[in-house]
Design a binder for this molecule. Sequence first.
Ligand SMILES: [Zn+2]
Length: 215
Amino acid sequence: MLAPGCPRCPRPVVLDGPGWACRDHGPVVPLWRPAEASYDAFVAHLERADGFPTLLPWPLGPGWHVSSFGVVAAEGGGVLATVTAVSGTTLLDGPVDVVVVSEEPGTGIGTRVARLPGDTPSDPGAEPPVTKVRVEQVSVPMWSVSTSAAPGGGSTDVELDRSVLVGEESGRWLWLLIRPASAMLLLRDEWILRDATSIGPSLVEVPFGGPDPGW
Ligand SMILES: [Zn+2]
């Protein structure tokens, strides 16, 4: 139900000796994702995530749905990252996608989702955080990440295309990608991200489905 791919690029991976390898990135711990977001695939995802947090903006607004998810995990354990995407519409922005990444430093999936080079967010320096999100009970300051280093970056199209925020939570990078960039205004109030494993029975009421937002 979940197929392996490269965490750093959209390529499939092939079995190479004891592990998986990407043609461009060599041996990798694979990213497991479903062809289509569904409740059953999400249950398989949570099993593979094995307690590593899978974060969802909560509660989902009316008409919003979980459109994509993935977990970077070695065969038999060793989980490095999770990705979830929720999609919906707002009056001001039309269709909006929000992608949440929780990753161990160096996994490289946050920068992939943000379409930035390398595997580490740029140092915010003395910049103050632009907002806070709440992960379960913890308030996490989030910094804005410039997308000008992205391919095509510096052009207005790329900068209006999406907003990227990053923070640190429990020693992991927490990335939020919001498309289009103007939908950042959604974050005015402190957003709540909940670990899907702690949502309990109401998880069966969460709508899943496409189209895949294509991170
Ligand atoms: Zn790759």
